[in-house]
Write a protein that binds this ligand. Structure first.
Ligand SMILES: Nc1nc2c(ncn2[C@@H]2O[C@H](COP(=O)(O)OP(=O)(O)OP(=O)(O)O)[C@@H](O)[C@H]2O)c(=O)[nH]1
Ligand SMILES: [Mg+2]
Length: 603
């Protein structure tokens, strides 16, 4: 029969010891404890008898995966390496012996713990065939990364070692390691069954359902209980809580999402009464943002918002429940931080605030540069899913990500847009708005939203085919007011007119809106030329008139006028070139100083 190998240098080992070593493979440790006593005792006996170090690796199911003679590094390097990505532990623990009787971990032991990213490294000091003392250590994440920081346990007896709860130690370590953004999507729990709850009318749950789906959940049922005032303890009535608990059981749902903000007490009470994870709309939106954020800036903003909002709410049962495997509302900074060190959170908030301040400075500088080049900036704003990114793509042939999802865009994208008459503007696409956009989010997303604040004009993109277009416009306007930009020059862009439209409603909306409006389809191209014309008209003041004479040796300036402006007259006379043109403010100075009111050769 195939025998699993004994790794390391086995030369000189007695046959009976080798057989005993082989027998370790047949033993299984309890998955929650570091090692079982029978394995420990066999190791102590052989290690003492041959006066060599022995190492045993056990996986999370308690199975012995490799047995060897020598230190942990030698043994494991010969056995198959089992790294599971840099942001996770290897899922293996190592127990090895020191025949000197000293149970303290050696430098090699710590090195192996770090290099192999072990769950735990334990050293057993053995003397006279008996276990004298045991020490073990695990990695201690710093700033969400696994570094060379260790946490030591022991010395203790072998019996004490078998009583130690390994699972919760591993969970607490892994809870504090943050995967890099690029690996986040693999952690998304697809199809978490969810129940949606509101105290308004059931229609309002359409949007919540879309949000839930965007986050990766499957809405299974909708529960509406009309109330003017939420119950302070449970948000909904006590009887409804019972009903919800039964419904959850029947459907096997893992998550209940409320359409409003819940207080920490309400969340806790509901979790205790229903026994599953309860999240509110804000937490759901933050979760989507956490999944979407790709740039460093986006990630900083989401983490800040989460720390400010979600973490103080993740207390009580929620903590235990979310430990059972993450899921919606549990992504992001990780709540173990909350348990271990509240001061750490405050420190992190400070760090994030400072880092974001730097981002803002940087963006301010970028905007300053743009301002100097005097190219007008046009910001695309609007309700999420209105078609902003699609419009950016249509107008500029950009390749911004678009999707029939809420919050497809998180990070601002800026592209140049060529208009008629060589006119040029910068078009910025940014995060979509939503009704009751959480206050924390507006604050956290200031760096991004400042693009809107600093823009010269706004294109307010509206999904004209949406039944709630009026509500969506109002929601966007309320965010604009919040940002203090309600007075900015705005063009209303009614998008998706290729779809069935309630024309009566659209006409009403257009009549009541004080801004110039245009109907378009970003998808099919209807109305795009008209929109460009409106953008031109509204950014006209950014051009200067040039009228006068240029010498023949400055035909380069004529070329510049053609490139960055519109030339109305261009006459080649014997005494010089007479031009009448308009040119972008950014290039005006270059030409203006050479333009002469009098013909050069007539002077
Ligand atoms: N029929 C039709 N669909 C459109 C039109 N414009 C956009 N869409 C669709 O609407 C959905 C949302 O488009 P996006 O461009 O991602 O919307 P957005 O406003 O950038 O959304 P967020 O970034 O999520 O805020 C996509 O499925 C688009 O294909 C249009 O003119 N007509
Ligand atoms: Mg978008």
């Amino acid at each position: 029969m195939f025998k699993k190998p004994i790794y390391g240098n086995t030369q000189g080992l007695k046959k009976s010891d080798l057989d005993l070593l082989h027998s370790i493979y047949d033993l299984v440790a309890d998955k929650n404890t570091i090692i079982s006593l029978d394995i420990a005792r066999i190791m102590a006996a052989i290690s003492s008898s041959c006066q060599r170090e022995l190492a045993v690796f056990i996986d999370r199911q308690g199975r012995v995966v490799s047995v060897g003679v020598g230190d942990a590094l030698t043994v494991q390097l010969q056995a198959r390496s089992r790294r599971r990505g840099t942001y996770r532990l290897a899922g293996l623990r190592c127990i090895h012996t020191h025949p000197s009787g000293n149970g303290k971990l050696s430098r090699v032991d710590y090195a192996a713990l770090h290099e192999l990213r072990l769950d735990v490294m334990a050293a057993m000091g053995v003397l006279g065939g008996k276990i004298k003392e045991v020490c073990f250590a695990c990695l201690e994440p710093q700033e969400e990364q696994l570094t060379k920081y260790f946490k030591d346990f022991g010395p203790m007896s072998a019996v004490q070692l078998t009583k130690f709860n390994l699972s919760s130690l591993i969970q607490s370590i892994e809870g504090r390691i943050k995967p890099p953004a690029s690996v986040c999507p693999t952690d998304i729990q697809k199809d978490e069954k969810a129940i949606l709850v509101t105290i308004a009318s059931e229609d309002t749950l359409d949007e919540l359902a879309l949000l839930a789906e965007t986050a990766g959940a499957t809405p299974m049922a909708r529960v509406a209980q009309r109330r003017n005032v939420p119950n302070t303890a449970y948000f909904i009535g006590r009887g409804k809580v019972e009903e919800l608990a039964q419904l959850r059981q029947r459907l096997g749902a893992e998550l209940i999402i409320f359409d409003s903000e819940l207080t920490p007490t309400q969340t806790r009470n509901l979790e205790n009464a229903i026994g599953c994870r309860i999240i509110d709309r804000t937490t759901l939106i933050l979760d989507i943002f956490a999944q979407r954020a790709r740039t460093k800036e986006g990630q900083l903003q989401v983490e800040l918002a989460q720390l400010r909002y979600t973490l103080p709410r993740l207390t009580g049962l929620g903590t235990a429940l979310s430990r059972l495997g993450g899921g919606i509302g549990t992504r992001g900074p990780g709540e173990t931080k909350l348990e271990t060190d509240r001061r750490h959170i405050r420190r992190r908030i400070d760090e994030l605030t400072k880092a974001l301040e730097q981002v803002r400075q940087h963006r301010r500088q970028q905007r300053q540069n743009r301002r100097e080049s005097a190219i007008p900036v046009v910001a695309l704003i609007g309700y999420t899913n209105a078609g902003k990114s699609t419009l950016l793509n249509t107008l500029t042939q950009a390749q911004a990500f678009t999707a029939n999802q809420l919050f497809a865009t998180l990070d601002p994208t800026t592209r140049r847009l060529q208009l008629t008459g060589n006119r040029e503007v910068l078009l910025t696409d940014t995060v979509g708005f939503i009704r009751n956009l959480p206050h924390h989010l507006i604050k956290a997303f200031r760096a991004t939203l400042e693009e809107v604040v600093e823009a010269d004009i706004l294109l307010h993109v509206v999904d004209a085919s949406h039944t709630e277009l009026t509500e969506q416009i109002t929601a966007v306007e309320s965010v604009l007011t919040n940002l203090g930009v309600q007075e900015k020059t705005t063009i209303m862009v009614f998008n998706k007119v290729d779809r069935p439209i309630n024309h009566q409603l659209l006409e009403q909306v257009k009549l009541s809106c004080p801004y110039p409006a245009v109907e378009i389809s970003a998808l099919t191209g209807i109305g795009i030329e008209q929109l460009k014309e409106l953008i031109s008209q509204n950014t006209l003041h950014q051009r200067h008139l040039v009228k006068g004479w240029l010498p023949y040796d400055r035909t380069d300036l004529i070329a510049l006028l053609h490139r960055h402006g519109e030339v109305y007259r261009e006459e080649y006379n014997p005494e010089g070139i007479f031009v009448e043109a308009e040119i972008d403010a950014s290039h005006w100075m270059n030409v203006a100083e050479h333009i002469d009111q009098n013909a050069p050769l007539s002077k």
